[in-house]
Design a binder for this molecule. Sequence first.
Ligand SMILES: C[S@@+](CC[C@H](N)C(=O)[O-])C[C@H]1O[C@@H](n2cnc3c(N)ncnc32)[C@H](O)[C@@H]1O
Length: 249
Amino acid sequence: MESREYIKMFEAEDAHWWFVSKRKFAEVLLSAAKQSGPLKILDVGCGTGAMSVFLQQYGSVVSMDFSELALSFCKKRNLRQVCRGDALQLPFMEDSFDVVTVFDVLYHQWIKDDVLALKEFHRILKPNGKLLVTDSAFSFLSGKHDQFVLARERYTVEQMEVRLKQAGFQVCKKSYAFFFTFPVVLMVRLIERFRDKVQTDVSLPSPFVNQFFLKVITLEALLLRYIQFPWGSSILILAEKKQRMDWKN
Ligand SMILES: C[S@@+](CC[C@H](N)C(=O)[O-])C[C@H]1O[C@@H](n2cnc3c(N)ncnc32)[C@H](O)[C@@H]1O
């Protein structure tokens, strides 16, 4: 990702409605992964660290990213277990973690083979361990922002489900997210196509707009506990490691 995107992400992710909403959605899905004791969690592609800070309420969190700049921001957040690593070749032993989280990482150009990355998550998860994936949805929503963050592709829930199964996972819960804000995103993407100068999506909007979207998404997160949304600008999947796989065969 371009350096200025990490800086903008660090500045916006505590308060921007989109980042706060992502934590609300993750909370819903992680309620299914809770166990009696604290969880051992790996946050792959942790970026500038806000999601890792949020995850600490569930147990001990290892924050891993490919970018040194991202990791320097994580250290500013006082995250203790921070390491550099590639999602395609994880520096961890088999059966090491209860939960692996991958928030908006698999779509990145640095992920040359997403199924290979999913197989790596499968390898390091304990039996019945959970994988939580969020990512960008629908290629027709692709815009300038995708270029700024070096996006390779956007997914449908079905595409991700097929890849998860190829890697040995069983899907527990799946949905689209940002359903209520989808028409706005669609409109913005269409308008962008007719404008030369386009800003990144990461800048903080006015407090009124920010609060409004946050309220709308709080309602959506509440509904997500009971239903799955048929479309949205992100995908959201919780999957479980069911069986050991021998990838050499
Ligand atoms: C859009 S950011 C998401 C950051 C964070 N997960 C969040 O949701 O706020 C994508 C992150 O994935 C990281 N990344 C991309 N490819 C990676 C790879 N192969 N291994 C580890 N991290 C990677 C990037 O450096 C970037 O920090």
